[in-house]
Design a protein around this ligand. Structure first.
Ligand SMILES: [Zn+2]
Length: 287
């Protein structure tokens, strides 16, 4: 399985050596995924590491050069004055995508920067939903704030956490993006993914997955990613196994619901779990 959402975070101890991290991930059945760089200073000050973008880029590339199957994503603050330089140098240096948390600006304010990322043909992984940070950031991170990305016709991006707690809003926004692509085929070539990483807690997760999979919006099975928000500082295999078991059980129940009333709900592909945890991730990377 691929874990599309693994961080390297400050202030929680050092990163495990690459081989230790890979062993912990393998224990949970994870053989690849995304490792995001350390954050920019606007996310959280980090007294332990240089937060200059060149240093953050170098360290994530160095780390992931020892973790085959795990891909480096560069965490960018697109409001920094040299953001365009960061994008082109990171892309040339070999990152496989960008991470962005719009915690102090609306996505709409950075369309030029996101467009420059789209031009590199690399994906952007956005946090979406409430953020447990120390800023008044929630309005910037509501799903509807991302509707403006519709203006970038070739963008490929993921919204993480199903926009928790605004799950309905996130799923409907996803459906709207799909409709936009159908309305102007060939013009709007964006690709929108939803990353199931918690966020959505165990009590609301069944409803969220039922809404996503049973509403009949165009083919979500192709666009769902799976991740954990785990950290390379100390990858918690048990947590990954817990969410794996939890989500598989819910999805089994959803399949049973469809089989019990096949005329009421859209069919789902038999290989849904494999798509969510493997093949869709390759599409997200652009492989
Ligand atoms: Zn995260």
């Amino acid at each position: 399985m691929k874990d599309c959402h693994i961080h390297w975070m400050p202030l929680i101890g050092p990163a495990d050596p690459p081989e230790v991290f890979m062993k912990k991930a393998a224990k949970a059945g994870i053989d690849g995924g995304t490792v995001m760089s350390l954050p920019p200073v606007s996310f959280r000050p980090d007294p332990e590491h240089s937060q200059h973008w060149k240093d953050r880029l170098e360290t994530i590339l160095e780390y992931t050069s020892h973790t085959p199957g795990f891909h480096p994503f560069f965490w960018i603050d697109p409001t920094e004055a040299d953001a365009f330089e960061q994008i082109s140098i990171a892309a040339e240096a070999g990152v496989r995508g960008f991470k962005c948390i719009c915690n102090h600006f609306y996505p709409e304010e950075c369309l030029k920067q996101f467009s420059a990322i789209a031009e590199t043909n690399l994906p952007i992984h956005f946090h979406c939903g409430i953020l447990f940070d120390h800023h008044a950031s929630s309005n910037f991170l509501r799903p509807l704030a991302f509707e403006a990305l519709l203006q970038i016709k070739n963008i490929r991006f993921a919204l993480a956490h199903l926009g928790n707690p605004w799950v309905d809003e996130c799923i409907l926004l996803y459906a709207k993006f799909q409709a936009a692509m159908r309305n102007v085929p060939g013009v709007c070539k964006m690709r929108v993914f939803l990353d199931l990483t918690p966020g959505v807690s165990r009590v609301r997760r069944r409803d969220a997955l039922r809404m996503l999979l049973l509403s009949g919006y165009a083919d979500p099975a192709a666009d769902i990613l799976w991740g954990t928000d785990n950290r390379i500082n100390d990858y918690h295999s048990g947590e990954t196994i817990f969410w794996h078991d939890f989500d598989r059980k819910i999805i089994e129940e959803i399949f049973a619901e469809i089989h019990a009333a096949p005329n009421l709900y859209p069919a789902l592909p038999d290989d849904l779990w494999e798509r969510i945890t493997k093949t869709n991730y390759a599409d997200f990377l652009g492989n």
